[in-house]
Design a protein around this ligand. Structure first.
Ligand SMILES: [Zn+2]
Length: 344
């Protein structure tokens, strides 16, 4: 592995780092294990200890979003974990908390949902989740529908999750049902409450609906540029332009299959290719990083296998000639702006 330059180390250490997506906590619940968040276990990509060692200031942690009982239970577990390690962790419910996490050398935890089905088509449940600390949500985790089999969808039909041509995407879009009535109400309520709207995993028809409705910046928390990797999870140029027009950002995922179509392989270089592409299309102020650490488990590894190796991304940006100011934007300042405009 290449040695990280002193300049990259210094920039990385000084910068505020905000990671748009981490699945560690929900993975532990799915595995029926205690959160045990500060213990290093290299079977996982991340934990509190290695995220801090990797220089992360705050990260959006998934606290479910599919099932109401499991979501509330995980939110409670997360609060307790933060209380048990209050010297290392802190809850983030507003932007100033991220600055405080940086000042005090702690890891900020931003609670997020991946899917909004847990709200069970009841805005009061969404409001209750906000009171418990929820500050970001996707509207789906690919699922869709309001049938008995898949109740309480925020989008009418599922999202495709595969490589495709741009023309296939247009066909999917025409065949898809976008936001359900509750999905539309939920986006409006998320704007009003201060829950950041995340288009990751939504189908293209639902994404169109979100852009029509939202009055606040939106993000794609863990994605990429479709022009570089033709996967339905990546955003088209048109969608990236709409994200930018909302004042939001696209944070680039670290999993190879979503940033490079085989036989091409993902790498730190390819992550930075996506960052550069978005920056050239809409400006450096609309791009970030969303690792998706401990997503796609077991057995699939991100291009950075362990959270403490995140400085490698900074090193690559330095080598490509990114200015320090631009690196700071990509790592955290863009997210700070988006949070300020959404969660307050
Ligand atoms: Zn995901």
């Amino acid at each position: 592995m290449r040695k990280i330059s002193a300049k990259a180390k210094r920039i990385h250490k000084d910068a505020i780092l905000i990671d748009g997506h981490n699945d560690h906590l929900i993975l532990k619940v799915e595995e029926n294990k205690p959160l045990d968040f500060m213990t290093v276990n290299r079977r996982y990509h991340s934990d509190g200890t290695r995220l801090l060692a990797g220089g992360v200031t705050a990260s959006m942690f998934m606290v479910d979003g599919h099932f109401l009982d499991r979501s509330v239970s995980l939110i409670e577990k997360t609060h307790r974990e933060i209380e048990a390690h209050s010297d290392k962790l802190m809850l983030v419910t507003k932007t100033s908390h991220i600055l405080k996490a940086k000042r005090t050398g702690r890891l900020g935890i931003i609670m997020s949902w991946e899917s909004g089905r847990a709200a069970r088509h009841d805005l009061d449940l969404l409001r209750a989740a906000y009171r418990l600390g929820l500050r970001c949500s996707t509207i789906t985790h690919n699922e869709g529908g309001t049938t008995e089999y898949l109740s309480f969808g925020l989008q009418g039909t599922p999202s495709p999750c595969r490589y495709c041509e741009l023309s296939d995407r247009d066909t999917f879009r025409r065949m898809s049902l976008g936001l359900t009535d509750f999905g539309k109400a939920a986006v409006k309520e998320m704007n009003a409450l201060g829950i950041l709207v995340d288009i990751a995993h939504a189908n293209d028809a639902a994404i169109d609906d979100i852009f029509k409705l939202t009055t606040k910046p939106v993000i794609s928390s863990h994605g990429g540029a479709f022009a570089l990797c033709p996967h339905s999870r990546c955003s088209t140029d048109e969608q990236i332009e709409a994200i930018a027009a909302s004042g939001g950002l696209l944070s680039v995922i670290l999993f190879g299959k979503f940033i490079a179509k085989p036989p091409k392989r993902g790498s730190v270089k390819v992550v930075v290719d996506h960052i550069e592409y978005v920056a050239e299309l809409v400006g450096i102020q609309h791009v970030g990083i969303g690792t998706d650490f401990d997503g796609l488990m077991p057995g699939q590894w991100p291009v950075i296998r362990s959270a403490d190796e995140l400085p490698r991304i900074t090193d690559e940006m330095v080598r490509r000639g990114f200015s320090e100011a631009d690196i700071r934007k990509v790592w955290g300042e863009n997210y700070l702006r988006v949070f300020k405009a959404t969660i307050g």
